[in-house]
Design a protein around this ligand. Structure first.
Ligand code: TYD
Ligand code: MG
Length: 448
């Protein structure tokens, strides 16, 4: 087969050059040329492609799902693995991507031919890991290879229905000259695997390492090519691991699955509701418990704040697990509508356990935690809160209010400060609900 020609294309202006040069010959910018495969010039004459079809005529394959046997992973995938789909799993090195996929692959191999391709570890290392997690038996096939053409050739003989490629950063295709790990290699290697999966090939899991700024190395170039993108989230030192679907063509985005890393691999946490509470005995100032709703279930999480006198002209606003802009906004609202100033204070907020809260229901708990720290007054134990804080100082309702309250009651919380519009019609056993309309009312209810 004749080797496909490669071309260097400028990422800024689209100009091209047959050889790599530092400066784009068209727009004059520097270091913008990237290797790409040249598109075939000739097209078959007289072939118009396939005719459009009616929606009703297109068969639905939504029923076909393969459960991975790991409930929390199935939940994030939207109810199991979809045949022929491509899923990218990203996360920091050492967070557990290989462990999770090995566990899933071994289980899937019980009912389907499965192939685990490793480009990072030797077969011995993967074998040792399989033994460690108690999964050395079974029919999973392992391959240590980094060349896409050779991997696809092996896949043609093994004919797997599920294939794991660990990791995409180590893979390279013969079609390009750039080194493995280069963006062009990343994109072309992934494109080949995606094409293979879509042409009746296996469902593919791609492992991708995340760079420090949180993007999958190679400027997120892969996200749009794949069907689902799952990211691992975790706190340094925490044994809990959260996987979140940031994109899913076959399920809900933002769904999360929770695992704990143990000596025998990742263990599911099917009822994660209260694992993100820090569990200190007495009440401490600067801590507020909220009922978050991440994905499709409620989760009790602890929001912590530390407010301390600032010694610089620019007080710090640092937020971990919560939106930093939101924090600045809430401090402004608290000043304007509750008359409490923190402009001369450093404010740090954190969500315990490494979970990231993206919803505005965290507004009220964030304010209460900050005020508790500022005044050094703990909130009473057994108190939960949630609610969005508007710019006019109003407390706005959030979705699934009643479900959140039920969850709090189930875990023995006794009092809940919530948006008035979220107050339930009936009574909830053991839980006193305090409906509030304004931020001032909420602060009064919390600190008296
Ligand atoms: P790994 O899956 O190799 O991470 P990644 O592929 O995301 O880089 O996970 C490695 C870490 O997990 C390592 O620090 C050891 C730990 N680990 C356990 O604690 N228990 C286990 O059973 C396994 C297999 C790994
Ligand atoms: Mg790994």
């Amino acid at each position: 087969m004749a080797k496909a020609r490669t071309l260097f294309v400028c990422t800024e202006c689209g100009g091209s050059s047959p050889k790599w040069v530092g400066q784009c010959p068209d727009c004059g910018r520097w270091n913008t040329l990237e290797e790409t495969l040249e598109a075939p010039r000739t097209r078959a004459v007289g072939w118009a492609g396939e005719a459009p079809r009616l929606v009703a005529e297109v068969e639905s394959d939504s029923e076909a799902r393969w459960p991975t046997g790991i409930g929390e992973l199935d939940r994030v995938l939207g109810g199991g693995l979809v045949p022929g789909s491509v899923t990218l799993i990203g996360g920091d090195p050492g967070i557990g991507k290989s462990t999770l996929l090995l566990q899933a692959a071994v289980r899937l191999a019980g009912s389907l031919p499965a192939l685990y391709v490793t480009g990072e570890e030797s077969l011995r290392q993967v074998g040792m890991r399989a033994r460690r997690i108690g999964m050395q038996e079974g029919s999973l096939k392992l391959l240590a290879e980094t060349n896409i053409e050779r991997i696809l050739a092996q896949a043609d003989t093994v004919r797997p229905r599920v294939m794991v490629v660990d990791s995409i950063q180590t893979m390279h295709t013969d079609a390009l000259q750039s080194a493995p790990g280069a963006v062009a290699q990343l994109r072309e290697s992934s494109a080949r695997l995606v094409r293979y999966a879509k042409q009746g090939g296996p469902a593919v899991f791609l492992v991708g390492h995340v760079t420090k700024d949180g993007a999958i190395a190679g400027p997120r170039v892969l996200e749009h090519m794949v069907d689902a993108v799952l990211y691992f989230e975790s706190d340094v030192g925490s044994r809990f691991r959260i996987i979140r679907a940031v994109k899913n063509r076959f399920g809900a985005a933002n769904e999360i699955g929770v695992f704990a890393m143990t000596g025998q691999g990742l263990r599911e946490v099917p009822n994660p509701s209260s694992i993100f509470l820090s569990g200190h005995d007495g009440a401490v100032s600067g801590s507020a418990i909220m009922v978050a709703r991440e994905g499709s279930r409620p989760l009790l999480v602890e929001v912590q704040a530390l407010v301390d006198e600032s010694h610089s002209g620019h007080p710090r606003r640092v937020s971990v697990g919560l939106d930093a802009n939101r924090l600045a906004l809430l401090l402004a609202v608290t000043h304007r509508h509750a008359g409490i100033a923190m402009y001369d204070q450093d404010v740090f907020v954190n969500v315990v356990g490494g979970v990231r809260i993206v919803e505005t229901a965290a507004d009220l708990p964030m304010v209460l935690a900050a005020l508790g720290s500022l005044r050094d007054r703990p909130l009473e134990t057994g108190l939960v809160s949630f609610g969005e804080v508007g710019l006019a100082g109003e407390i706005r309702p959030v979705p699934y209010g009643e479900e959140r309250l039920r969850e709090a009651a189930k875990h023995g919380f006794r009092r809940a400060i919530v948006p008035a519009a979220n107050a339930p019609r009936g009574r909830l056993e053991g839980l006193e609900v305090v409906p509030v309309r304004r931020l001032g009312e909420a602060i009064e209810a919390a600190f008296g």
